[in-house]
Design a protein around this ligand. Structure first.
Ligand SMILES: NC(=O)c1ccc[n+]([C@@H]2O[C@H](COP(=O)([O-])OP(=O)(O)OC[C@H]3O[C@@H](n4cnc5c(N)ncnc54)[C@H](OP(=O)(O)O)[C@@H]3O)[C@@H](O)[C@H]2O)c1
Length: 473
């Protein structure tokens, strides 16, 4: 669980006195953060927020900066927040900046009062951009491994009705985040957005902040997971993550005893108590429906609780050839392993989860080629595009019935799958990754625990891109 700890770190959060920002502060406090520096407008709301945050961690130091994003000048705000944040930081550094303060105004675009439109752009776009630039520059100067998170919105992707200013600001903020990530990731500062859906807060009218210990929401104690293709690479990283989050039992598919034994040795380093069972299966050699039947039947027989809580469709293959000469058997094999089997496993396991009332979590490994066409990898792009869309389709049908379905889209990862890329292609990839390095399996431990645990309780139908910034470039 140390993956999720923030001990010793200092964070600045704008707009943390209520709603989503307060929930961020509670989360950081519960992860052991040393100091929170919050902007505020009214002392009573700040005091109430501080009380609430202290319930998650009485030792967190809470400092505050008075600032009104509407009545004060933009540059004055940015200067004040930056200067005061660094002067009150206990460590002299700011490790985390969360640009969260935001407003909304609803008017038809043709009659949108200009001052209100300008206010939304100022608070939701310009100030976050300027704070990112100022505090980010300081992080680079000091060599801080900084994390900057901007609160975007579903309206970064879609346009709402009568929300022209808001959707413009949130769309811009999302793209700004990608642009900055391209420049800073290799220099140690990571920049991301969180795009909330509809959340009951002051902005939407009601207020609902759950009061519970956040770190325990990452725990997977008592749960049983099936992971395909966990004998190496990304899947092994997933299994290590699940083990370290205290999972009770892992049921792994495998082809060779020696790779399985080696993988078990690695997983046990993260949790010696985890029970590991296995199902021998070859996704290429055996028949599609037999494979699905075998994994489904054996998994439920092996489960120590009688339930499967987590299904991870990860086993995958790739073949490279130009589309006009792609050998049909190889094309079909990629579609079978990377699309048909994960789809059918999702259907079988999901149906049983619904029947048993299991609050299931299903995660598929998709790819950058869920979004891009790639080159000489046409069946892989078809399969990975399809699995991403399938995930969304299933989430539409099952989310209200307690099952969350998501994808992880890895960028370039050093595994057996990418071993056979030409050196020329590898060099090209190297240059293009904003973070300046390929991923390794350790980069997948945190993301899988997040998606399989209650920490992601409102995340479904989504694809978590873990790509060192590639897609934003
Ligand atoms: N590496 C990347 O850059 C990258 C990027 C995006 C997405 N992905 C996806 O990530 C997933 C895992 O790939 P990886 O990169 O971690 O590759 P990997 O190290 O080759 O792991 C692939 C896993 O799938 C299993 N597998 C392969 N062929 C199989 C078969 N015929 N029957 C049963 N199991 C089989 C392997 O088992 P064995 O040990 O028996 O071979 C292994 O456990 C795949 O879905 C892949 O498409 C990878």
């Amino acid at each position: 669980m140390s993956l999720f700890r923030l001990d010793g770190q200092v964070a600045v959060i704008t707009g943390a006195t209520s709603g989503i920002g307060l929930a961020y502060a509670e989360g950081l406090a519960s992860a052991g953060i040393k100091q929170l520096i919050l902007t505020y407008r009214s002392q009573p709301t700040l005091d109430a927020a501080a009380n609430q945050i202290k319930q998650f961690n009485p030792d967190v130091v809470i400092s505050s900066i008075y600032v009104d994003f509407l009545s004060m000048e933009e540059d004055e705000i940015v200067e004040l927040v930056t200067t005061q944040a660094y002067s009150c930081s206990i460590t002299g550094a700011i490790d985390i900046l969360i640009n969260n303060a935001g407003i909304n105004e609803r008017h038809p675009v043709e009659s949108f009062p200009q001052d209100k439109f300008d206010n939304v752009i100022k608070v939701d776009l310009t100030i976050p951009m300027k704070l990112t630039r100022c505090i980010g520059t300081k992080m680079l100067e000091l060599g801080t491994k900084g994390k900057i998170v901007n609160t975007a919105s579903v309206l970064s992707f879609q346009s709402g009705v009568y929300t022209a200013a808001y959707t413009t600001a949130k769309g811009g903020l999302k793209n700004f985040t990608q642009a900055v990530a391209n420049e800073w990731s290799a220099r140690g500062v990571r920049v991301n957005c969180l795009a909330p859906g509809y959340v009951g807060t002051n902005m939407t009218g009601t207020m609902s902040v759950e009061n519970r210990e956040l770190m325990s929401s990452f725990s997977l104690e008592g749960q049983v997971a099936v992971v395909t293709g966990a004998t190496s690479g990304i899947g092994l990283g997933y299994a290590e993550g699940l083990a370290s989050a205290g999972i009770k039992q892992l049921i792994l598919t495998y082809r060779s005893h020696s790779t399985l034994d080696a993988a078990i040795g690695e997983i046990k380093k993260f949790n010696a108590d985890v029970k590991i069972d296995s199902i021998p299966v070859d996704f290429v050699e055996e028949k599609e429906d037999d494979i699905v039947d075998k994994i489904f039947t054996q998994a439920y027989n092996l489960s120590v609780t009688g339930a499967i809580d987590i299904l991870i469709n990860n086993a995958g293959i790739t073949e490279r050839s130009r589309v006009e000469t792609f050998p049909q058997d190889k094309f079909d094999a990629v579609i079978k392993v990377d699309l048909n089997i994960p789809v059918k496993l999702t259907q079988r396991f999901g149906a049983k989860m619904l029947e048993l009332g299991t609050k299931g979590k299903i995660v598929a490994t998709s790819s950058l080629l869920s979004f891009q066409g790639g080159y000489a990898s046409s069946p892989y792009a078809v399969a990975k595009g399809g699995i991403k869309q399938f995930t969304q389709a299933v989430a539409n049908e099952w989310s209200a019935r307690g099952i969350r379905v998501n994808c992880i889209a890895p960028g370039y990862v050093r595994t057996k799958l990418t071993d056979n890329m030409s050196q020329e292609s590898k060099d090209l990839v190297d240059k293009r990754i904003p973070m300046g390095r390929w991923a390794d399996r350790s980069d997948f431990r945190g993301p899988i625990v997040f998606l399989c645990s209650d920490a992601s309780s409102y995340v479904t139908g989504s694809t978590l891109v873990v790509d060192g910034g590639w897609l934003g470039r």
